[in-house]
Write a protein that binds this ligand. Structure first.
Ligand SMILES: Nc1ncnc2c1ncn2[C@@H]1O[C@H](COP(=O)(O)OP(=O)(O)OP(=O)(O)O)[C@@H](O)[C@H]1O
Length: 315
């Protein structure tokens, strides 16, 4: 099997609204794929089409070698964006029940549930009812239940939301552990740091379309590195060949894109002109910067699009 997921030109319409207007998404077996986009970008709708919960209005989907994802549901694990468990069920029964829905015998599910709960810091809660758990604990139980049957493909919709930093870190370890077992993992998020640490590849969507496909390093290479220069006193005239350097902050800091020739010509010019260099450094853009440039700030409620050029990197 060449691809765990291969989706091309996916579209979904709700009434007048084209919620997904053209999403291409490839996940290779054994990789962690980050599915990034602002609120409302179309991630959940796309995920539901990948799972066969929604039928696409356009495009094609192939999941674990099948064009009918529901026929391979037993090999898929899914954490939906809406969390919901039965409050009166115990953690053990919840996980076993979720496994049973995907074809795992209940007795085996209970055994695995106990092992998973113990391994992931919930040993004392094995017999506890869901209603007695904190929100983060309940979310962890739902996550463990989503892969108790040992699926080949795990799809997690916003798995980090609602978790404190310690549990977010624990979740990162769980995801990495499932990948080490051989599973392919797709998770959606608008928190870039998780994607930056975990993902082999990224798909960034904006307004229902794929804007970028590639590795984290390829994404970061979309934006130029920035030179940050602090001088003891203002420079005399513009820095040679660096028009942007005239944009000087009040504290004597100059910022401009690192030129193709690198730092050496700038340094030579500065030294020749007797400038007093206090600090000079090169800042590489992080994934958050790239995301903002491509689709807007994920922290902004209105999801404003900043209109920067889009980049496409072939998978
Ligand atoms: N069942 C539905 N009926 C009508 N519109 C819908 C429906 N589901 C989603 N939409 C709309 O489709 C667009 C994409 O929604 P979707 O939930 O896929 O985005 P998302 O990227 O998952 O966002 P979030 O990060 O906020 O969950 C939104 O404008 C949303 O309002």
């Amino acid at each position: 099997m060449e691809f765990a997921i291969a989706a091309h030109g996916l579209q979904k319409r709700f009434g007048d609204k084209l919620a997904v207007a053209g999403v291409d998404l490839i996940a290779r077996p054994g990789e962690i794929l980050g599915f990034l986009g602002q609120n409302g970008a179309g991630k959940t709708t796309t995920i539901r089409m990948l799972l066969g919960i929604l039928t696409p209005d356009g495009g094609t989907v192939e999941v674990l070698g099948s064009r009918q994802p529901l026929t391979v549901a037993g090999r898929i694990g899914y954490l939906p964006e809406e969390r919901g468990l039965y409050p009166a069920m115990t953690t053990r029964e919840t996980i076993a029940f979720m496994g049973a829905l995907r074809g795992l015998p209940l007795a085996e599910g209970r055994r695995r549930a106990e092992a998973l709960l113990a391994r992931h810091g919930l040993k004392a809660e094995i017999g506890a009812k869901i209603r007695t758990l904190s929100k983060g604990m309940a979310q962890k139980v739902q996550l463990l239940g989503s892969f108790v049957h040992g699926p080949d493909l795990i799809i997690l919709d916003e798995p980090f939301s609602g978790l404190d930093p310690v549990n977010q870190q624990a979740l990162e370890r769980i995801i990495a552990g499932e990948r080490a077992r051989g599973a392919t993992i797709l998770f959606s998020t608008h928190i870039m740091s998780h994607a930056e640490r975990l993902c082999d590849n990224l798909v960034i969507v904006g307004a229902g379309r794929t804007r970028f496909t590639g590795t984290v390093a390829e994404a970061r290479a979309v934006l130029p590195a920035q030179v940050v220069l602090k001088t003891g006193h203002p420079l005399n005239g513009p820095l040679a060949g660096m028009p942007a350097a005239s944009a000087q902050a009040a504290d004597g800091t100059y910022r401009f894109a690192l030129p193709e020739e690198g730092l050496e010509p700038i340094l030579r010019h500065l030294l020749d002109s007797g400038a007093s260099i206090r600090e000079i450094s090169v800042e590489r853009p992080d994934l958050h910067d790239v995301f903002v440039a491509m689709v807007g700030d994920p922290d902004e409620e209105d999801g404003a699009h900043v209109g920067a050029p889009m980049a496409e990197v072939a998978p």
